[in-house]
Write a protein that binds this ligand. Structure first.
Ligand code: AR6
Length: 180
């Protein structure tokens, strides 16, 4: 099972870690569309970045529709930026959840490119509180990361899982999607 894959100029890696500890150009937050902070990885990122200053930055931005992303400073985190991506709530697969999740990844990559970033780390967007089936979310994440890797603008893309089980699921999806 692949936990690291080298495409031309870009590496895609699946790791187990607390995303707030990573030293990359940007970490992605699994945010809600009000950018209001919350539980899960969103809560961890707000706490580690400095909740007051990050909340103020999010309030200045306002809302972010599902499938889109917005960028703020990293504040107290060891990253330049936080990209707040809004994944869909899983409602059984009948409300375009697959495309909305793919769009959340694509929007994040578009912001990374616009800010000339080289390294980015994603959590397993939508698979916690939002209830997206993990295998299915991992396949979408792997596909979008491989597409971004092939675009060649980034040097390293990290899928940062919070448990060994999730890491195995995302690594299996990366292996499968990378196999011709
Ligand atoms: N580092 C990496 N991954 C983490 C961390 C961490 N520190 N903490 C949790 N995870 P979730 P969602 C994993 O629920 O499903 C919030 O309230 C977690 O184990 O954080 O997109 C927002 O405000 C899971 O695998 O995000 C929204 O309202 C993954 O991150 C809502 O939750 C995503 O789980 C978003 O729900």
């Amino acid at each position: 099972m692949l936990t690291e894959l080298a495409r031309d100029t870009t590496t895609v890696a699946v790791i187990t870690a607390d995303i707030t500890t990573l030293r990359v150009d940007a970490i992605v937050n699994a945010a809600n569309s009000r950018l209001a902070g919350g539980g899960g990885v969103d809560g961890a990122i707000h706490r580690a970045a400095g909740a007051v200053q990050l909340q103020a930055a999010c309030r200045r931005i306002g809302a972010c529709p599902t499938g889109e992303a917005r960028i703020t400073d990293g504040f107290d985190l060891p990253v330049r930026f936080i990209i707040h991506a809004v994944g869909p709530v899983w409602t059984g697969g009948t409300t375009n959840e697959d495309d909305l999740l793919a769009n959340a990844y694509r929007a994040s990559f578009a912001l990374a490119e616009a800010h000339d970033l080289k390294t980015i780390a994603f959590p397993a967007i939508s698979t916690g509180i939002y209830g997206f089936p993990k295998d299915r979310a991992a396949t979408i994440a792997a596909r979008e990361c491989l597409a971004a890797a092939d675009a060649g603008k980034l040097s390293r893309i990290v899928l940062c899982c919070f448990s060994g089980d999730d890491t195995r699921i995302y690594a299996a999806a990366l292996t499968k999607e990378a196999t011709p």
